[in-house]
Design a protein around this ligand. Structure first.
Ligand SMILES: Nc1ncnc2c1ncn2[C@@H]1O[C@H](COP(=O)(O)OP(=O)(O)OP(=O)(O)O)[C@@H](O)[C@H]1O
Ligand SMILES: [Mg+2]
Length: 308
């Protein structure tokens, strides 16, 4: 039996966060937990409240109500130094040299001079920007500046990573490298990762769980596989050969959702329609090669639950 203090124990908790900007309700009673060693994707449309929630978690912004807890205790300034953060507005010094800047940031997070230098060198190596160590940040391309930002979030070996759109601007090699880095932070160091992204295929591949926010409220959350399986629509993909036109029309409650060649297709079943009866009819109609439930992608779920 897994221990209650085991890897899925919630270490970071956002509890009942609300925040207004004037009349605008940016967050309305948002709660979710991030377990140790988990990668959580934070997704939602533009203006949904992701950055606001992450800023509150980092203590950059005050909530009107609610609190953030780390290992069961309200987060204080000392704990925040153990957090790794990549803000939406980025925040490095354009004129400062890459390595120098990382050493400086590591020192701010409490590392001694030798450790700071060692960790900064490791971080530029890890992010593939070691050759740019002596350049001023402003001379780097957008994607490479992004890599330095990520190095900055990692340089002090944080206990948790909170990253606002860390993948934006990275090339495919950079995306793979960062995915591997986040996985190893979570798996090997047990440091949970929360990151926002609009790249839902990436979130689906990389994350253990997802939190979907819309108009300041959480509209879906949980393990991605569970969310995909919990969709209310029942869709089956049937591929067959030699069937006559409209063969499925004799089964009550079945509609063709997406036609495929040779009278194959994705079929939607009404709540009480019998999938086994559909299979029987399909087998009588032709030679069935594929009969499989179709689970939605994260992007499809997103479109279903996010209000227009
Ligand atoms: N400092 C601020 N002053 C006024 N309104 C703000 C402020 N910060 C955020 N907002 C508003 O709060 C809402 C949530 O914004 P937030 O930046 O959290 O969204 P987001 O989910 O991060 O969006 P995106 O995907 O575009 O980054 C938006 O309507 C935004 O305009
Ligand atoms: Mg944002």
């Amino acid at each position: 039996m897994p221990s209650i203090l085991g890897p899925w124990w919630p270490v970071l908790e956002l509890i009942g966060l609300s925040r207004r900007f004037g009349d605008l309700v940016a967050l309305d009673d948002v709660s979710f937990v991030v377990p140790a060693g988990a990668i959580v994707g934070f997704v939602g449309p533009n203006g949904a409240g992701k950055t606001t929630a992450m800023r509150i978690a980092l203590g950059v912004l005050r909530p009107d109500a609610g609190e953030v807890r780390w290992r069961g205790r309200p987060v204080d300034a000392a704990m925040r130094r153990r957090f790794g953060y990549m803000p939406e507005e980025r925040g490095l010094y354009p004129k400062m040299r890459v390595l120098e800047q990382l050493v400086y940031l590591a020192r701010l997070h409490g590392l001694g001079p030798a450790d700071a230098r060692r960790r900064a060198s490791e971080a530029v190596e890890l992010l593939g920007v070691a050759v740019r160590s002596k350049d001023r940040l402003e001379k780097l391309s957008l994607g490479n500046q992004q890599r330095v930002q990520l190095a900055a979030a990692l340089v002090h070996e944080p206990d948790v990573l909170i990253l606002d759109e860390p993948f934006s601007g990275l090339d495919p090699v950079g995306v793979d490298a960062l995915s591997a880095i986040l996985r190893s932070q979570a798996d090997e160091r047990g440091a949970p990762v929360v990151f926002s992204s609009h790249q839902l295929d990436l979130v689906e591949r990389l994350c253990d769980a997802v939190v979907l926010i819309d108009h300041g409220s959480i509209v879906a959350h949980g393990a991605i596989e569970e969310l995909r399986a919990s969709r209310s629509r029942r869709l089956f993909r049937i591929e067959l050969a030699g069937a006559p036109e409209g063969w499925w029309e004799v089964v009550p409650g079945v509609e063709l959702a997406e036609p495929l060649p040779d009278q194959s297709g994705v079929f939607e079943l009404a709540g009480d329609a019998d999938d086994q009866r559909l299979l029987d009819i399909a087998r009588r109609a032709g030679q069935v090669r594929v009969f499989a439930p179709v689970l939605p992608t994260l992007a499809e779920l997103f479109r279903e639950v996010v209000r227009a």
